[in-house]
Design a protein around this ligand. Structure first.
Ligand code: SAM
Ligand code: SF4
Ligand code: SF4
Length: 340
């Protein structure tokens, strides 16, 4: 294990925000074709299975070690579908040994989790978020682009529980007229389980989902609907920059969260960078373009950390606050490249 540097470079970006949080995609391929992310009519079935373009585990380790020198301490593995990346537990084991990372998590569609949960846990993964937009089997299948089976995801959740993952996050993107009945159904299922269901506003990410604002269900509307059934009370954030607003069920049924990036942007507290599987840095989920990190990674952790510090210091992104204005970029990186 390498010791933490004596004098960490920890620049603030141009809006005064530190780098605390890294979302690292380990693969650009996915076994689903969710319409809001990777619609089947826009992204071919064989997309993203060319392993040569991806960062190696050595490069990823250098990248993560370098980023910790800037103060990054929260690392989330994502994709595409991260469980499609070969040897993932080995990578997790390497990352979990890095000093400075105090939160190592992964986001997955859960379809392959039953066979991987134990190995991931043993490798040092501590937190899991599972994306689940519907419990109704037919709707679930439709939303996955006719690829997924809800039973596989539920088996994945059960396997995660028995492997020792506690308090899973279950993320549901709610679209008006598509899955608006699912929030109540998900809460009926998960309330009292210790897992936290979080409802995410449908976002205008990428270029291929044909986003329409009237499909967004504002969190306030959803919260009122849930509150009418199971009264809620507001909870404080766990830490500054937490994206979900937390609420507790008054009857002790646990917690529910809302991520309101469309109706209540939180750019002012956005401490997050994203890196795609080919090693491109995006300083915003809505960036039009990224910066290739791979050439510097081969020069080692220190050189890379200096490059990253320079890039972070120039950051001024706040797309969600500008959404709809003429200053908001119209081109956006695809969600399946940066992983949410
Ligand atoms: N494949 C994994 C999964 O689905 O969990 C990880 C990558 S996926 C891109 C990460 C998250 O992005 C998922 O929870 C998904 O629901 C969310 N997402 C994708 N497109 C979205 C959109 N248009 N609006 C809001 N969330 C979106
Ligand atoms: Fe795949 Fe996740 Fe995108 Fe769905 S949201 S297509 S599971 S990457
Ligand atoms: Fe962060 Fe960009 Fe999202 Fe704002 S729009 S919260 S800057 S990722």
């Amino acid at each position: 294990m390498s010791a933490l540097p004596q004098t960490p470079l920890a620049p603030l970006d141009r809006l005064g925000r530190p780098l605390r949080d890294l979302r690292l995609s380990v693969i650009e391929a996915c076994n689903f074709r969710c319409g809001y992310c990777m619609p089947a009519d826009k992204v071919p079935d064989d997309y993203g299975f060319d392993a040569a373009g991806r960062l190696s585990f050595d490069e990823i380790e250098t990248l993560v070690r370098g980023a910790t020198r800037l103060g990054m301490s929260k690392l989330r593995i994502t994709g595409g579908e991260p469980l499609l990346r070969k040897g993932l537990p080995e990578l997790i084991a390497r990352l979990s040994r890095i000093d400075g990372i105090d939160d190592l998590a992964m986001t997955t569609n859960g379809s392959l989790l039953a066979r991987h949960a134990r190995a991931l846990r043993e490798a040092g993964l501590r937190r899991l978020t599972i994306s689940l937009d519907a419990l109704d089997p037919e709707l679930f299948r439709e939303l996955s682009g006719n690829r997924g089976d809800i039973d596989d995801v539920l088996a994945g959740i059960a396997a995660a529980e028995s492997a020792g993952f506690e308090s899973l996050k279950i993320n549901c993107v709610v679209q008006r007229g598509v899955n608006d009945d699912e929030p109540i159904r998900l809460l009926e299922h998960f309330r009292g389980s210790g897992h936290v269901v979080r409802f995410i506003e449908y976002m205008d990410v990428g270029t291929c989902n044909g986003w329409q604002r009237d499909r967004v269900v504002p969190s306030t509307e959803l919260r009122d609907r849930i509150h009418a059934r199971w009264p809620l009370q507001t909870l404080d954030a766990n830490y500054r920059g937490e994206v979900a607003e937390r609420h507790a069920f008054v009857d002790g049924g646990g917690e529910v969260g809302f991520v309101s990036s469309v109706t209540a942007p939180f750019c002012g507290d956005c401490h997050r960078a994203r890196v795609s599987a080919d090693g491109t840095l995006y300083t915003c989920l809505f960036s039009a373009a990224g910066i290739a990190l791979r050439p510097t990674l081969s020069l080692g952790e220190s050189v890379f950390a200096e490059q990253l510090a320079g890039l972070w210091a120039k950051r001024a992104d706040r797309y969600s606050e500008l959404r709809g204005s003429t200053r908001a970029s119209k081109r956006h990186v695809e969600m399946f490249l940066v992983g949410g």
